[in-house]
Design a protein around this ligand. Structure first.
Ligand SMILES: [Zn+2]
Length: 119
């Protein structure tokens, strides 16, 4: 296969590490400021209690997404080390450079990502 990639590996690694550091900092801060939901009904009304629980589950969802992104970044850095970076982990085709620049940790090419969305 002579599909050459024109991506700047050094630059991509830099982008990934910057994003990784950023996410890890946000995660650390978010964990510190995570307050347990107040379930004492004498203190909070039913509605605000539900609000608080909704806010908490939203915060948990955001946190979950951050952790997923961190995992993806970790995987991308690993692929950089192995020389596999820039190739789709599913079909081995080169990933579009613009796509990589938009999201350096992206593991799949656009057609595989579309397939994943449908299926
Ligand atoms: Zn693919």
């Amino acid at each position: 296969m002579d599909s050459e990639l024109n991506i700047d590996i050094t630059k991509m690694r830099q982008l990934l590490i910057t994003r990784q550091t950023e996410l890890m900092e946000i995660c650390a801060t978010a964990k510190e400021s995570q307050d347990p939901v107040e379930l004492d009904q004498t203190k909070v009304g039913r509605l605000s209690r539900m609000d608080a629980m909704q806010m908490q589950s939203m915060a948990q969802e955001t946190q979950r997404r951050r952790e997923l992104e961190l995992l993806r970044i970790k995987g991308a850095l690993q692929r950089l080390e192995n020389g596999d970076y820039g190739y789709c982990i599913k079909c081995d085709e080169p990933i579009n450079e613009k796509r990589l620049l938009l999201e350096p940790a992206i593991p799949t090419c656009i057609s595989c990502a579309r397939l994943a969305e449908v299926g």
